[in-house]
Design a binder for this molecule. Structure first.
Ligand SMILES: [Cu+2]
Length: 441
């Protein structure tokens, strides 16, 4: 009997608790060596020995069980980023998901939703230990198939942007704060020029599902000789798909973009930052029958604007309570890591964001610091409503980069009761106070 059928009939019998059945996916957290290029071996911690971890393809609404073995000597936890699932399995200790003790295992069972490009990653605190948390190779894609896939593309390629070999550095001349810098870079498991190219044919429409898996850095990327047609952000179809010359992604953001292959040659898709691209942050696109050195062209400085993919501002849909969240930096002293505050307090002392089930809220992110912050709300999707004073609608996300000294407003339908973490996805900011819990009352 085919195993799947056997399991299905067991489930149908409903007499066997589901925990006795086989898991749909297995992840093993363990030290791994990743050769991103010749003599460039990254020693890190990864899922199933690969970076990214295995692509987990799920069907919207069809329950899954994921068994996670932690073969390391430290407690771990896996967060299923962008999924609307219960706090107990979301993968956040602060919400009450249990940690997976060292050399132990855990099972996560949930019903995947909503459809689209999601991902999974470790959610532990790293602090100043750059061998922990999202500095490691513990990340992978989840793709939740919608009930009906539009499928108007010829190829689908998953690309994760990643930095390696992090070190603590003090900032510029007038900035004594500690920041993280990196020596090496890759797209998926390879540095630019050292992996297989994306092989395409003229006339093809290639759908790129791009993830910025960086712990700390916002990325701008371009494809020489081509444009991106942005169709989804954070896995959610945008109101107005549109061509742009460059993409920007804060840590944890995803963009689905179609590139029309209408310019035969061998090209570089990569970071517009020359240093980072030359140190690995890119991948080659090679047309059939073409050869030669991959070409890079100076990228456009076109301004990145979420609202370009939104509709005009919408009518107010009934009263929604405004919740102001002020982000500030608290200078901690020279050559020390700064603290971050939300409404004047650092986690765990931050005031909870209180909502009621099915209430509508306008979250007002008021960034009074001189750095941009990719803020993330777990277990929910919000709609961009106003960016630096400009109204918009129809762009649904779970992370939004709030510009330096700028305000971003988002609309939230509080539709998934349970403790919910809100935090900056910049690992160092999150670890030094930029976090709060949203709770239902
Ligand atoms: Cu931040």
């Amino acid at each position: 009997m085919h195993r799947r059928h056997f399991l299905a009939s067991l489930a149908a019998a409903a007499t066997v608790p589901s925990r006795l059945l086989g898991a749909d996916f297995t992840l093993r957290i363990a030290p791994a060596s990743v050769e991103i290029g010749p003599r460039k071996v990254i020693k890190t911690v990864a899922y199933n020995g690969s970076v990214p971890g295995p692509l987990l393809r799920m069907k919207e609404g069809q329950p899954v069980t994921i068994e996670v073995f932690n073969d390391t000597g430290d407690a771990e936890i896996v967060h299923w980023h962008g999924l609307q699932i219960p706090s107990a399995v979301d993968g956040s200790m602060e919400e009450g998901t249990p940690m997976i003790p060292a050399r132990s295992s855990a099972r996560y069972s949930f019903t995947p939703a909503p459809s689209g490009t999601r991902w999974y990653h470790t959610h532990v605190v790293a602090g100043r230990n750059l061998k922990r948390g999202t500095y490691t190779g513990q990340f992978g894609f989840i793709y939740i198939e919608p009930r009906s896939e539009p499928g108007n593309y010829d190829q689908e390629v998953f690309l994760a942007l990643k930095e390696w070999d992090p070190y603590l550095s003090s900032g510029g001349v007038d900035d004594d704060s500690i920041d993280v810098a990196y020596n090496l870079f890759s797209v998926n498991n390879r540095a630019l020029g050292h992996g297989e190219p994306i092989r395409v044919k003229e006339g093809q429409r290639v759908l790129l599902r791009i993830l910025n898996a960086s712990a700390t850095v916002t990325r701008r990327i371009a494809v020489a000789g081509h444009q991106f047609r942005v169709v989804a952000m954070d896995g959610n179809p945008v109101a107005v798909p549109k061509e742009v010359r460059a993409l920007e992604l804060g840590p944890a953001e995803r963009i689905d973009a179609i590139v029309e292959m209408n310019s035969p040659g061998v090209w570089i898709l990569g970071a517009t930052d020359d240093h980072d691209r030359e140190h690995g942050l890119g991948i080659v696109i090679e047309y059939a029958g073409q050869s030669g050195e991959p070409r890079w062209l100076p990228a456009s400085d076109e301004r990145w604007d979420y609202a370009a993919f939104g509709s005009l501002g919408k009518e107010e849909t009934g009263p929604s309570e405004r919740i102001p969240l002020v982000f500030e930096k608290k200078f901690a002293g020279h050559h020390w890591v700064d603290k971050w505050t939300i409404n004047g307090k650092s986690f765990p002392k931050t005031d909870p964001i209180r909502v009621k089930a099915n209430g509508r809220y306008r979250l007002v992110f008021d960034n009074r610091s001189d750095e941009a912050h990719p803020v993330h709300l777990h277990r929910h999707t919000f709609e961009l409503a106003k960016i630096a004073g400009v109204p918009t609608s129809g762009v649904y996300k779970d992370v939004v980069v709030v510009g330096a000294k700028s305000q971003t407003e988002v609309d939230l339908l509080a539709n998934n009761p349970g403790l919910t973490l809100f935090h900056c996805h910049q690992q160092m900011h999150m670890d030094y106070g930029f976090m709060a819990l949203m709770e239902y009352f």
